[in-house]
Design a protein around this ligand. Structure first.
Ligand code: C5P
Length: 432
């Protein structure tokens, strides 16, 4: 037990558990018990609506501490003022978080005790939402979620599955054990402490003239999620971003670029000092041979553009000596494993994350599914929210990177593994 507590990172932590209104509030009871089992000290704050679903007495009995709800409770304020409570908390966990609470937090409201505490506390905020699937998917909720994430809040779920209504979809509160596991991963030992991770994300734009460009549909979400997940694992993260309108994950150093050649320059300036490079950008393969100085005019006929091929950034990083651990992405519409494996070999990558694009999958979607391919084999990461998927991906990258480092350290690494660019080329030449 002691060993588990040391590893789960929750032992001894002062956790403020906020519970908002919704049928899933009953699951917060078990969460209190599990948090305490993991060694955390828990104080519960209910919103007025939460108290309609579960009584404060239940939480008081489970937490062994007085439960608070209103801002204007004189007796409670005398025992511990709300600012003192905000200061007491080392972590704030909200489960369940209703759509209303997520909106109020995103807009910085302080009109009840829980929202006031969130505003007054410096403690990291973890939010486990629970709501109807359409409310979760609504652009307003998603914008609020993006705002909170941009400020460093971490979302745990929501999960997919049956909810209170006879409908199924994304919006279900994670089970208490899943919340504990995610919190443990967030606050436990970090897999990339002290490592420098470079991520490229988003599309590139190739100018045709001063008003037109060639671009692609990449949203940048996956790369931004990878940057955030690497940050959470203790890495120093630099993010080279193509033109996207996404908030920078808290603590990540971002460089904005536009074209593939700008991206190449920004990446190659940083890659030699990086331990890991994740190329998640959808780099445009072609650019106009020349950029017109003035807006091109219609001539009543066809316009022919002559295109040049862009440099391959990933392959250029993989050819550096010494080189970081190099992870690429492959967006495919068919024969995913075959094409991705060929790309892994051709570009001399350490790892490639392959996914399917088209028909609502990949680029613009919030969810994704990944097939992770290295020379040793393939592994499927189950379909999930891009941030949840990025966390799984970063955990695998950290594991494989650490294995490679210890192989190199113990001298067991093969020449091909240490110098993949040159040596594997030779191996192939000999095999011909
Ligand atoms: O060859 P393809 O574009 O399918 O390869 C995708 C992978 O290669 C992605 O990781 C992408 O970031 C990277 N790439 C690159 N430079 C290019 C084209 C793709 O780094 N010019």
């Amino acid at each position: 037990m002691a060993q588990f507590e040391a590893r789960n990172g929750l032992a001894g932590l002062r956790v403020l558990l906020g519970v908002s209104g919704g049928i899933a509030a009953y699951k917060a009871c078990e969460l209190v018990r599990r948090l305490r089992d993991a060694g955390a000290e828990v104080r519960v704050v209910l919103t007025e609506n939460a108290a309609r679903f579960v009584t404060p007495l239940t939480f008081q009995a489970l937490s062994g501490q007085p439960v608070r709800s209103g801002l204007w409770d004189e007796a409670a304020e005398a025992a511990m003022g709300h600012l003192e409570l905000a200061h007491w908390a080392q972590r704030i966990v909200i489960a369940p978080a209703s759509a209303d609470l997520v909106a109020r937090l995103a807009h910085g409201f302080a009109d009840d005790l829980l929202s006031t505490l969130c505003l007054a506390s410096d403690a990291p905020l973890a939010i486990a939402p629970a709501m109807n699937l359409r409310m979760w998917a609504h652009a307003a909720t998603q914008a609020n979620v993006a705002t909170l994430r941009g400020r460093g809040a971490v979302f745990l779920g929501p999960g997919e599955g049956r909810m209170a209504e006879p409908e199924s979809g994304l919006g279900r509160l994670l089970e208490p054990h899943e919340i504990i596991a995610e919190l443990g991963a967030l606050h436990g030992p970090k897999a990339l402490t002290g490592k420098r991770v470079l991520v490229s994300a988003g599309p590139t734009y190739e100018d045709i003239d001063p008003v037109r460009f060639i671009g692609n549909r990449s949203s940048g979400r996956m790369g931004f999620a990878v940057a955030q997940a690497a940050m959470e694992q203790g890495a120093r993260v630099e993010l080279v971003a193509g033109p996207v309108h996404l908030p920078t994950p808290a603590g990540v150093a971002r460089v904005d670029v536009r074209s593939a050649r700008d991206m190449r320059e920004a990446v190659l300036a940083r890659a030699p000092h990086s331990d890991i490079y994740v190329g998640a950008a959808a780099v445009g393969d072609f650019r106009p041979h020349e950029v017109a100085a003035h807006k091109l005019k219609k001539t009543g006929g066809a316009l022919t553009l002559s295109l040049n091929e862009n440099p391959d950034i990933l392959a250029a990083v993989a050819a550096l000596k010494p080189r970081p651990y190099v992870v690429g992405f492959a967006a495919e519409t068919q024969n995913i494993e075959g094409y991705a494996r060929a790309k892994l070999e051709r570009k001399k990558l350490d790892l490639i994350a392959a996914n399917k694009v088209g028909e609502g999958e990949g680029f613009d979607a919030c969810q994704n599914e990944i097939l992770l391919i290295s020379r040793d084999g393939a592994e499927r990461l189950a379909r999930a929210d891009k941030l949840a998927l990025a966390r799984q991906l970063v955990a695998r990258i950290a594991e494989k990177y650490a294995n490679r480092e210890s192989e190199i350290g113990s001298g067991k690494a093969s020449v091909r593994k240490r110098l993949p660019a040159r040596a594997s080329g030779r191996t192939r030449a000999r095999a011909k």
